[in-house]
Ligand binder design. Structure first.
Ligand code: IVH
Length: 706
């Protein structure tokens, strides 16, 4: 009935084929959804439909980067209006007893044997097989399938009731929406949602760029990503899943835990391959040791192993004590802590200018990994823990990722040590480093930031990329790649250098991928931008919080570069007129004002602006006259037809500069319609509505132009 039977196996698809196939499936599935839900007239069997969705899911699982915005896997009903609904689990979600030593494990097995022997006949030396599994460090989830369809996904919550996160779980590519092949009518699959290290690092990097606080570890990142009210946010994060247990089922699915894992795998749930059937405690401890050794290389966090009695009938008989099964045990890895000394505290400057302190440690082996650096997060963290150079500290590898300092061993602090003084100067460029104050809450930003954005080598690439970008200087042919290469090779360091690149034509032409012609093109593109409007110039400087719209407001208010720079410097006096004028601009508040003032308080930035003005010509902007000065201030004007003396665009800009609102359509609210030659329907409409109609000459007269 469908083409899927004949379609190529997902495993054989090339990336291009996969992309094309997803493009074919999205509208196709949408069409079947519409027939099914809207028309109640499906033309495809349930099995055929499920096959399409499964194929789509499988391709997305293999190529998550190709998941389309209109992917069927993202399409779900309406999200709950507020928070998450509470839902009761079909069977409670239990927790596990913990063990930390081999002795604990022996005790556990002895307990299991004693308990079973009291219920059934057990030979003295009869083996009790146990499955050892990796203990994934994520958050547990319960997936409820009814007749093979995913109907509910819930977090653990208090074990009896959790939160309904179905919408979000549907965006996790690895979780099937429908399963087939001898599935019980009711099936609750339990497992762990987690985040791989690479996705965790990428997410944190993106958050840092967006100036959002990073997640401390992959588990927090996974939990934070799942507990999003907007499922689109979850969809944008890469979450993984491993199935490892069942909750409620309407019929038995296997005789052993090993058999259960196999069935889960056959239903296309990801099952962690790190599992081993153990015959005795020695086997179990060997498995624990092997996992401990392998853990650093896995690419995701595990925090121990879980042992589960393999026979499910025995599990049943063993039952549970106070919310933990008697048949399972979590054998945690030893806390990964060690003691060492802080040799120094280094300051790293990130691409956005944030100063991050890093402890340089005397190298120490922490749980099998040599650690030489530990993050100190920020200034407040150092102060809170009173961390000093030469202190002896406890270092911990948190979730296998970034080593952290847990505490200072005060007893071993050398006499005469002093609290750490956080630098107020950027160690890379020597500019002042400041903590922005939130003008509303009065709280300082967690990060101290370098104010030398334009000259700071640590931030140079980022700033220069912005400087030449489309909405800034718009230099064609000078892309990210070139900016990176040119800054690395010291051909450019500051914005002014871009306009002096022509002096380095020879050097550039000799570079790989360049020749005389491409250099000539680049030079021409740069020359074409030697004249720039004031708003673009302001925007190009990349001042924090000063985007395109704010740059336009500033250009309109101050008109010329000189006037603007003078005003920004004068605005440093909060009691002065310049400050009042700045914050008096509609849509510019104290926070933006503070960033502007900060920028001009840094002498390096002034130098950059001065250097740049020697290279480029900044056009002045028509200033906004006082609101009452023009008869058209505040009026709504529509232009139509061909004007003779100015272009329509120029007429519009001129009208706006005089404080008028220019609109494209005529309504009762329109004050004037200015009519050129060959006017269209707008003039008709104006007549009908009785709006004032002006000829071009009358218009120029009105605004006082000869
Ligand atoms: S079995 C009734 N197996 O560890 C048994 N749990 O510390 C239910 N976990 O809440 C759990 N990997 O979130 C099981 N292979 C695994 C696991 C695992 C991680 C988590 C799970 C549980 C927690 C208990």
């Amino acid at each position: 009935m469908t083409k899927t039977q004949a379609a190529r196996p997902v495993a054989d698809l090339t990336p291009a084929e996969a992309k094309a196939e997803l493009a074919r499936l999205a509208p196709l599935i949408a069409e079947h959804d519409r027939r099914y839900y809207a028309d109640s007239a499906p033309i495809l069997s349930d099995a055929g439909y499920d096959a399409l969705r499964r194929r789509n899911d499988a391709i997305e699982a293999r190529f998550p980067e190709f998941r389309r915005a209109d992917s069927p896997s993202l399409r779900v009903g309406a999200a709950p209006a507020q928070g998450f609904a509470k839902v009761t689990h079909g069977e409670p979600m239990l927790s596990l007893q913990n063990a930390f030593t081999g002795e604990d494990v022996r005790d556990f097995m002895a307990r299991v044997r004693r308990f079973l022997a009291g219920l059934i006949h057990l030979e003295r030396d009869q083996p009790i097989e146990v499955m050892g599994e990796a203990k994934i460090d994520g958050l547990s989830i319960s997936l409820r399938y009814e007749r093979g369809k995913l109907v509910l996904a819930a977090t653990r919550g208090d074990g009896h009731a959790g939160e309904d996160v179905t919408h979000n779980i549907r965006t996790v590519a690895e979780i099937p929406h429908a399963i087939g092949g001898g599935v019980p009518a009711i099936l609750e699959v339990r497992g762990e949602i987690y985040m791989r290290h690479q996705d965790f690092f990428a997410l944190n990097q993106a958050r840092e760029q967006a100036e959002e606080p990073p997640f401390a570890n992959p588990r927090n990142a996974a939990a934070g990503s799942l507990r999003q009210l907007d499922w689109r946010i979850t969809a944008a994060r890469q979450l993984g899943f491993f199935a490892y247990a069942l909750g409620q089922t309407s019929e038995p699915v296997a005789a052993t835990h090993q058999g259960l894992l196999e069935r889960l795998g056959a239903w296309r749930f990801p099952v962690n391959p790190l599992a081993r059937l153990c015959k005795d405690v020695d086997d179990m401890l060997a498995f624990h040791a092997a996992m401990g050794a392998a853990r650093a290389e896995l690419g995701y966090d595990i925090d121990g192993v879980v042992y589960k009695v393999n026979r499910l009938d025995w599990q049943e008989q063993l039952g549970q004590v106070s919310r933990a099964p008697r048949w399972a045990l979590a054998h945690k890895f030893a806390a990964e802590q060690a003691e060492t000394r802080i040799a120094d505290i280094a300051i790293q400057v990130g691409r956005t200018g944030a100063l991050t302190p890093v402890a340089i440690l005397e190298p120490i082996n922490v749980g099998g990994v040599v650690v030489q650096r530990a993050t100190l997060h920020n200034e407040d963290e150092i102060q809170r823990k009173d961390i000093r150079v030469s202190d002896t500290v406890i270092v911990q590898r948190a979730g296998d990722v970034i080593p952290q300092i847990v505490s200072v061993v005060l007893a071993r602090r050398p006499p005469g040590s002093a609290p750490y003084g956080f630098p107020a100067i950027c160690p890379v460029c020597g500019s002042r480093a400041v903590r922005a104050i939130d003008p509303v809450t009065g709280a300082p930003d967690a990060a101290r930031r370098c104010t030398g954005g334009l000259i700071c080598p640590a931030q140079a690439k980022e700033r220069l990329r912005h400087f030449v970008s489309r909405d800034a200087f718009d230099i064609e042919g000078l892309g990210r790649k070139h900016i990176d290469a040119f800054t690395e090779d010291k051909l450019i360091a500051t914005p002014g250098d871009v306009f002096r690149l022509h002096g380095k034509s020879k050097e550039i032409a000799e570079r790989e991928g360049w020749g005389p012609q491409s250099v000539a093109n680049l030079t021409a593109a740069i020359e074409a931008r030697r004249t720039i409007t004031l708003d673009r110039f302001i925007h190009a400087l990349g001042i924090s919080q000063v985007g395109q719209a704010t740059a336009r407001l500033l250009a309109r208010e101050y008109g010329t570069l000189d006037e603007w720079v003078r005003a920004m410097r004068d605005a440093a006096d909060p009691a002065g007129d310049a400050y009042r004028r700045l914050v008096g601009i509609d849509q510019i508040g104290p926070a933006v004002a503070a960033d502007l003032i900060q920028f001009f308080a840094e002498p390096h930035n002034l130098e950059v602006v001065e250097d740049l003005t020697r290279e480029v010509r900044v056009q002045s902007t028509a200033q906004r006259p006082p609101a009452t000065a023009s008869p058209i201030a505040g009026k709504t004007v529509v232009f139509t037809g061909n004007l003779a003396r100015v272009t329509r665009t120029a007429a519009k800009t001129g009208a706006e500069a005089l404080g008028a609102k220019v609109s494209e359509s005529v309504s009762k609210k329109t004050d004037y319609v200015v009519v050129g030659a060959d006017p269209g329907s707008k003039a008709e409409k104006a007549k009908m509505l009785g709006v004032a109609i002006l000829s071009e000459a009358e218009w120029l007269d009105l605004i006082g132009r000869p």
